[in-house]
Ligand binder design. Structure first.
Ligand code: F6R
Length: 608
């Protein structure tokens, strides 16, 4: 969802901006633009709808686009259709100020009618209101740009979200940077500085960053950074470095990132063993975190989409291995309506990106109450990880495809590691007996075997899933949790209307949807419910469904379609989800869709 890059003090500004925007493409966008200034009286604004390559082509066609400072943006439409007029940078009518923005200004209509009733607007965006307003205060009220920006920031309602980078043609070496709720980082170069939506958008240029907090205005010059709060208080902040290999975000020989990321799962499992489970198999987890969790009376797991699904799976490991009551909640729901909380709650945030606005909304509230929290994320120093009391990394490497795959399995594995560590800390025998290290080794090999059978998955996808409008994944307990994730994967990238159901619920209503050849895929990995799910599958088959099975080996018979290696019942999702990821991938591929960038979706959902 919207990406921002800014740079000042570098002659390669156009390239730096384009590279940064390309590395933010994965978030999803529908138009892109840059503004650059060479500080010698030349400046350029280029915007295009569609892909960054359209923007790049327009820049090349123009021939002389160059600069030493600039801002770039990928836009995912919120106010107004995708068009060149609505693309960013937005600019003031006198062509003096240029602004890129990620987020939503909730009171922009009010600002517009109160201060700018006489202004002719060129776009339908809330962003243009902000840039015209800065201009109004500078030109009419004779304020300097910094003071005008501060005044505008104070007028924006606190429920708004924004990451802003503003440029003033009259101070072309300066970026005016501010944020509230939306992600933004400062990048520190040698003789130049940057701003960007995440570390990856700047990692080709620098691995040194500086955090900026909500309600701060940062003035970025080539050789100087100054941070002040909206109340004018000066702030000092230490930079940090991020250890990230820029080439890890390359697709290599793969046609799509999603397939590469599915294939990386065995390596991620092995990496997690080496990071968290040393020789003796006793998990290495920060003791202060375990202390804090052990003194709580309820674990609340919070997440969105696939991360929420990873929480549903891990709830069982937490309860079984620690004895602490655990519940799992969708962040966008929990933020506005939650159950009566226990006396000593502990919050676990699951977020691949560490930037999801819905989850952050919950975290902001959790912090207000001074409740302890942990973020389990793939992105070091991301907003959620910085703002929670503790953080753990899932070490999955950059996940670029919009559909999350390796982050899901890594989140489940890290939660299992944490549950074991916590259970052992609390003296639970079940946790001590849980042979996680050995299990993860078996799982890594099992994942490898599944990803090696791509031809079979492609065949099943073509045969069963390419034509129908609807499909169902069914299962009970743990298998139901995976059914939800399997259905999400299929619907988001292949546009098949897929649902995950508790198989026992089918006959209470949903079975009415079964028609001739409707695909129903049964997940069967748990001893207690295997027979029941098989009966439920039979019920759909006798009403015309085309049934398929994904089954653990010890429960399999010769008619089963996909057979998985046997693993501990708490960890079966790590294997059973992999064929469903591949089925979604091949269904989407077979339909000729853009697997990595499905319509209407963004990788990092930074607005609520
Ligand atoms: C689906 C998917 C989304 C994300 C969700 C939360 O494949 O990727 O459902 O899981 O938007 O994102 P994070 O984990 O970054 O908080």
């Amino acid at each position: 969802m919207c990406g921002i890059v800014g740079v000042t003090g570098n002659k390669r500004s156009v390239n730096i901006l384009l590279n940064g925007l390309k590395s933010l493409e994965y978030r999803g966008y529908d138009s892109a633009g840059i503004y650059v200034n060479d500080q010698e009286g030349h400046d350029y604004l280029v915007k295009r709808t569609g892909r960054i390559k359209n923007l790049e082509q327009a820049i090349n066609e123009q021939g002389d686009v160059h600069g030493t400072a600039g801002i770039g943006h990928t836009r995912w439409a919120t106010h107004g259709e995708p068009s060149e007029a609505n693309a960013h940078p937005q600019f003031s009518n006198d062509d003096r100020f240029y602004l890129v923005h990620n987020g939503v200004i909730e009171n922009y209509q009010q600002l517009k009618s109160e201060y700018l009733a006489d202004v002719d607007f060129k776009s339908q965006t809330d962003t243009e209101v902000i840039v015209q307003l800065v201009d109004r205060f500078v030109v009419n009220n004779h304020m300097d740009t910094r003071s005008a920006m501060l005044k505008v920031l104070r007028l924006i309602s606190s429920d708004s979200s924004y990451a802003f980078v503003l440029m003033d043609r009259q101070q072309p070496d300066t970026l005016f940077v501010a944020k509230n709720k939306s992600p933004l980082l400062i990048g520190l170069g040698d003789g130049y500085n940057m701003a960007g939506s995440d570390a990856m958008s700047m990692i080709k240029e620098t691995n040194r960053f500086m955090e900026l907090e909500d309600h701060e205005l940062v003035i970025v010059k080539p050789d100087h950074i100054s941070i002040t709060s909206f109340d004018g208080e000066e702030k000092k902040r230490q930079p940090f470095t991020v250890d990230m290999d820029p080439s890890a975000a390359d697709k290599g020989a793969y046609p799509f990132y999603m397939l590469k990321e599915i294939d990386e799962q065995p390596a991620v499992m092995r990496r997690l063993v080496s990071e968290y489970l040393p020789a003796d198999g006793k998990p290495q987890v920060e003791d202060a975190l375990l202390e804090s969790m052990a003194s709580s009376d309820h674990l609340y797991i919070i997440g969105a989409g696939t991360s929420y699904h990873a929480g549903l799976v891990a709830q069982r490991a937490f309860e079984k291995l620690t004895g602490i009551h655990t519940s799992v909640h969708i962040s966008s729901e929990f933020a506005y309506e939650h159950p009566l909380l226990s006396e000593k709650p502990f919050f676990i945030f699951l977020s691949q990106s560490g930037e999801t606005a819905d989850s952050r909304e919950v975290l902001v509230n959790v912090k207000k109450h001074q409740w302890p929290s942990l973020t389990i994320t793939n992105v070091d120093k991301s907003t959620l990880s910085r703002e929670s009391s503790f953080s753990m990394l899932i070490y999955a490497g950059p996940e670029i495809a919009v559909a999350s795959t390796k982050a899901y399995t890594a989140q489940i594995a890290v939660q299992a590691i944490l549950a074991k560590a916590l259970g052992m800390k609390m003296g639970q025998q079940a946790a001590a007996d849980f042979a996680l290290k050995e299990q993860l080794a078996i799982i890594a090999n099992g994942m490898q075997a599944i990803t090696d059978s791509k031809d079979k998955m492609a065949e099943i996808a073509a045969h069963y899933l390419s034509k129908p409008r609807n499909a169902f994944y069914i299962g009970r307990g743990m298998d139901w949790s995976v059914a939800l994730e399997a259905a999400l994967k299929l619907k988001e990238i292949s546009y098949v209307q897929a649902e995950g159901f508790a198989s026992g619920e089918l006959k209470h209503g949903t079975i009415a949807l079964i028609e001739n050849r409707t695909p129903v895929i049964g997940l069967i990995t748990q001893d207690r419910t295997a027979g029941l799910t098989r009966s439920n599958l039979e019920e759909t088959a006798s009403r015309g469904a085309a049934t398929l099975t994904i089954v653990s080996r010890h429960l399999a018979n010769e008619d089963d379609n996909i057979v998985l290696p046997d693993v501990d019942p708490l960890l079966t999702p790590l294997l059973s989800v992999v064929p469903t990821q591949l089925l979604a991938y091949y269904t989407s591929l077979g339909k000729g869709l853009d697997v990595d960038r499905p319509r209407n979706l963004a990788k990092s959902v930074t607005v609520q």
